[in-house]
Design a protein around this ligand. Structure first.
Ligand code: ADP
Ligand code: MG
Length: 678
């Protein structure tokens, strides 16, 4: 029992919840059996019993009689034991599934229990069925036997063993079952309605407690952290904002800037996650925030996940800031020694205001004069430990802004990142043309290639992406090579030029091949998903994804975001084999019907469940016993707002009515008081 199910204590047993209930609350009559009857419970007496056949063909047959008729009971296993445990002439309660043998109804392997006076009318609760394992079942601890243990436990449990932890007004407002009864009724409800109510109460409790914890964590950081103060908006910011931005900021960009300014002016460290779909304009937010830092005499740095992206940011940002007197420099792993020494020197002296780079920025010899702001682009490539290293680069920890283009569904963000501050750019700059997304299969290949040719003929560039999945790496790699040869056959040199990028190339080779595409030296880029993040080639208008059924939704969306960055109409072609599974079909359908990253992220969460979503696996925030952030979204929203309200009114949970809650949170191990049980 212990090893198999992880049940070591009474509390474990209490939390081993049934996965369904069996309705034995009614007792029917034999003559009520009809073609529709599935399971039935009967009360009557065993009028005959005999064992027939030998050895392997041994079976037991009994006749069972109630006031309305007779039905046959049959056993094909355990006949000896059955024979010993039943007595003819005795009254039993029989439960089982009705099947037909030679046109007559019978019950095979019925559950039998002695009929007592109080069982005459059936049980007054639904009988729980618990998850168990084959091993335990073989030892006689099936799902129903576990129920007997749980029932015995409730025989001695009292209200005070499972004290209420939620404040009375929340219970009242949401009409929640009290805690003791919720535990009792999730195991032994009198009817389905009672079960649903118990389940809702316990789910709410789980989500509410989790929200309370993350919000408290966040409040604590807000109250006790120290941060550098950006209290003035001065020349650089204002001049750039008024004179140099070639467009009007979107409403969402303005809102996010306000949030960042408010956050960095308070003397507390900002720790903010900024989400915005691909192309939503996060870069300008980063630039404005860095100017804010410089206006306040601090340095800022921007860290990108790859050399190409860092270089791209440098080019973009230097161009944007060419009329502003700030010094912007680059530092990556391939910065030459002499140049590197110079950058490090200027950085230390404080003459560099903005440093852009890669992982190279976190090395120990990179020392700032007074670092005030760290911006991390495309966060999921950086671990938490790496982020922490950046904090240490300054006596007072710098503000941190993490920007991600992988939208995280709201419910997930609330739970897994609930302790971070969090901003969303939920609006694209005006005038964006939607990317036309279509699904094609193998039989359309030559038409797809023909289409690509017309785009190239009019001066555009094309991505062709192949899957590279760890489990099938060797085969995928061969497919990539075959695909590359294939593309070359369709698009022969020298008229067409193709470059290829994949993870097995040395980094330098990869960068050179990529750069050729960026500089429009090649028209086609054949690649694995290594290009997924952030690359910006506005002239590329077609994204072909081979074996699209093998990609997850978020990944497809990220890949698609590589096109549609220029003024021209763009296309995403999802190529698949002829046969698609249900999930793959669903993913393709979603991709061809919406371009909204948040909507796609929600669907992805629904299809895959929270366990597989990037960056949440280790969070441990999502291991709920009963609640699901997918199915119980509505409860989560309520729990979130109630937890926030409560902490707003009583941040330290000192009022009398919140005392049970405080005690519950502070009790380290068990949530149930066992002292009085023996
Ligand atoms: P991402 O969020 O994917 O990093 P970028 O910051 O690269 O997006 O912005 C994508 C493109 O949109 C850039 O060419 C940028 O100049 C442009 N852009 C950003 N904000 C606006 C805006 N408010 N109006 C018009 N174009 C904008
Ligand atoms: Mg970007």
């Amino acid at each position: 029992m212990k090893k198999e199910l992880g049940i070591f204590t009474f509390s474990d047993l209490l939390h081993h919840f049934p996965f369904r209930h069996v309705d034995k609350t009614k007792v029917n009559l034999v003559n009520e059996i009809s073609a529709e009857t599935e399971y039935i419970q009967l009360a009557g007496s065993l009028i005959s019993f005999e064992v027939l056949g030998h050895r392997n063909s041994k079976r037991a047959v009994g006749l069972f009689k109630d006031e309305s008729g007779i039905i046959e009971l049959a056993w094909f296993r355990g006949t000896n034991w059955i024979q010993k445990s039943l007595t003819t002439g005795t009254s039993y309660l029989v439960y089982g599934r009705v099947t037909y043998f030679q046109g007559k109804p019978q019950i095979v392997h019925p559950e039998m229990e002695l009929l007592t006076a109080e069982k005459q009318e059936g049980k007054n609760y639904l009988e729980p069925v618990y998850p168990t394992t084959e091993k335990l079942r073989a030892k006689g601890l099936g799902g129903r036997q576990i129920g007997k243990l749980t029932q015995a436990l409730f025989g001695v449990l009292q209200q005070k063993n499972i004290p209420e932890n939620l404040p009375a007004d929340i219970l009242k407002q949401l009409k929640l079952t009290d805690r003791f009864n919720a535990y009792k009724e999730i195991h032994f409800p009198q009817n389905n309605d009672e079960f649903e109510k118990a389940l809702r109460r316990l789910k709410f409790e789980e989500l509410f407690i989790a929200q309370l914890k993350v919000i408290r964590l966040r409040n604590k950081r807000h109250r006790f952290s120290r941060g550098v103060v950006f209290d003035k908006v001065a020349d650089l910011f204002n001049t750039f904002y008024k004179r140099d931005i070639p467009f009007e900021l979107t409403g969402a960009q303005k809102r996010v800037m306000k949030e960042i300014r408010a956050d960095t002016a308070k003397g507390k460290q900002m720790n903010r996650l900024l989400q915005g779909d691909v192309g939503s304009g996060k870069t300008i937010v980063a630039v404005l925030s860095m100017l804010l830092a410089v206006d306040n005499n601090y340095q800022a740095c921007l860290m990108a996940p790859t050399e190409i992206l860092a270089q791209q940011h440098l080019n973009n940002i230097s161009a944007m800031l060419k009329d502003i007197s700030v010094s912007v420099k680059l530092l990556t792993g391939s910065t030459k020694t002499a140049k590197r020494r110079q950058v490090l020197d200027e950085l230390k002296k404080g003459t560099i205001n903005i440093l852009i780079g890669t992982h190279a920025l976190i090395e120990d010899d990179v020392q700032f004069d007074n670092l005030g702001l760290v911006i991390i682009d495309e966060q999921h490539r950086f671990g938490v430990a790496q982020r922490a290293k950046l904090w240490e680069k300054s006596e007072t920890p710098p503000h941190v802004l993490v920007m991600t283009a992988t939208p995280i569904p709201r419910t997930l963000a609330m739970t897994a990142y609930g302790d971070l501050d969090y901003s969303v750019i939920n609006e694209l700059p005006p005038g964006r043309k939607p990317i036309i997304t279509v699904h094609r299969n193998e039989s359309h290949r030559s038409r797809v290639m023909h289409f690509i040719r017309t785009e190239i003929d009019s001066g555009r560039q094309v991505y062709i992406i192949f899957p590279l999945i760890e489990e099938s790496a060797k085969m995928d790699y061969e497919n990539l090579m075959k695909g590359y040869e294939n593309v070359k056959a369709y698009f022969p040199e020298p008229k067409f030029r193709i470059s290829m990028v994949h993870g097995r190339q040395p980094a330098r080779q990869k960068d050179i091949n990529m750069l050729r595409f960026v500089q429009q030296d090649t028209q086609i880029l054949v690649s694995t998903t290594v290009i997924e993040v952030g690359v910006d080639v506005p002239n590329a208008t077609v994204m072909v994804i081979e074996s699209a059924e093998k990609f997850g939704l978020s990944q497809l969306h990220q890949l698609r975001g590589r096109v549609g960055r220029g003024a021209d109409k763009s296309y995403c072609i999802l190529l698949t084999g002829p046969q698609l599974g249900t999930d793959a079909r669903e993913r393709i359908k979603i991709m061809t019907t919406t371009g909204n990253g948040f909507e796609i992220a929600e669907k992805d969460l629904e299809l895959r469940g929270p366990g597989d979503i990037e960056g949440t696996k280790q969070s441990g925030m999502l291991n709920f016993r009963l609640a699901s952030i997918v199915e119980d979204k509505a409860i989560l929203e309520v729990a979130r707002s109630m937890a926030a309200d409560l902490l707003e009114k009583d941040p330290d949970l000192i009022s009398a009515e919140n005392l049970p809650l405080k005690n519950f949170l502070e009790e380290k191990k068990s949530s149930v008081v066992w002292s009085k049980i023996s």
